[in-house]
Design a protein around this ligand. Sequence first.
Ligand SMILES: [Cu+2]
Length: 261
Amino acid sequence: MLLAPIVWALTVVICYFFIAKTWWFPLPISAHGLAYDEHFMRTLVIVGVIFFLAQIALGYVILRYRDNGGRASYSHGNNKMEVIWTSATAVLFVGVVLMGTRIWASVHFEQAPHDAIPIEVLGKQFAWSFRYPGPDGKFGRTDLKLINDAGGNPFGLDDKDPAAKDDLVSASIKVPAGKPIRLILHARDVIHNFFVRELRLKQDIVPGMEIPFHFTADKPGVYEIACSELCGLGHHQMRSTLEVMTPENFEKWKEEQAAQK
Ligand SMILES: [Cu+2]
């Protein structure tokens, strides 16, 4: 008999922590993040209500059909009920998935806008490097043989190519707020994963592939980039930052970097 109130109490405690948002995500910094959170909440409310009702019913059944000394009766189940709840669950879940597909596809299937700022991302054991095309707007030539991490050339930029000479290499990303950014993701060794919680975006980076990825961040601030794929012993230290700046500050930063070259 005690089991029923325990089930009910646990249900209430679990629901409380979700409703009070005791452990929650940091605020989103993009329109995509907001849409993603809205869909997440919709899904959570739907499954939350079902979870709550199912647990209350579970407690009731425990209480109602507990051992009272009588003979247990055997049941074959109810085919009609089985069909109803199985199809209702299928319709609900497929519906929720379809609703979310649009948000997912807007990042992964749609091309970045034409005026998006391109930034090349290089993941390697265990660090991130980023490359901007520089004032000429063109990524210059790179050569595997020229890769020199200690010498500050993780991309293997070929200085003999004028387009490569002005390329900017940075250990963190700086982007202007409100402008679309197009990332071109590369991995040098194993699979890594580019993850920024506040963008609600996560993308695997596979060696030998060039993976495009786009976002627009609206809120200035500094956010963590974490490698979200267990990529080796130093995985935990593979992190960098995404700094969202005002467009003026971004231009200033770019000029400073170009002047240092
Ligand atoms: Cu990694």
